[in-house]
Design a protein. Sequence first.
Length: 150
Amino acid sequence: MNAIKIDHDAWVVVADGEKALFLRNEGDAEYPHLEVFREMQDDNPPTRDQGTDRPGRMQDAGRTAHRSAVEETDWHRIEKERFAKEIAERLYKLAHRGNFRKLVVVAPPLVLGELRKEFHKEVTDRITAEVAKTLTNHPIDEIEKNLMAA
C-alpha cells in the first residue's frame, strides 16, 4: 500500500460521531507534522440514555389479535448523522473562503459515509485521500504514523 501524501499546509480532518479534529500539516509530504488548530465536540450519549419511551407496538395488517413491536429509534446514530452534517457545513464555509486547498478525511466507515453524503462539491474537489478508521482518541504522532502507513 502507498502512504498517503499530505502536502505542506494540507488539512486533515479526523472525526467520529462525537469529536472532530482539524489538523494542518506544518511539515512536508515526506515528514508530516500535524498540528490541531480547531476541535469540535458533540455530546452524544448512548440511545438508552437519550430515549424516553418503550418501543411502540403496531396492529398487523389483516389480523386483529396480533401486534408487532416497532423498532426503537436509534438516537445515537441520528446524532452521529447530524454531527457529520455539521462538520460538512463547517468545511464548506472554510473551503468557500479559500482557507484550504487539500484535505484528507479520516473517520469510521459509518461517519465517513455520512460525510460523503453531506460534502459540497467545493469540499470534495479538495479531498486528496480518505481513510476509514477511528483515530480521534489517538495522540497526534499516532495519527501521523497511521496516515503514513495507510
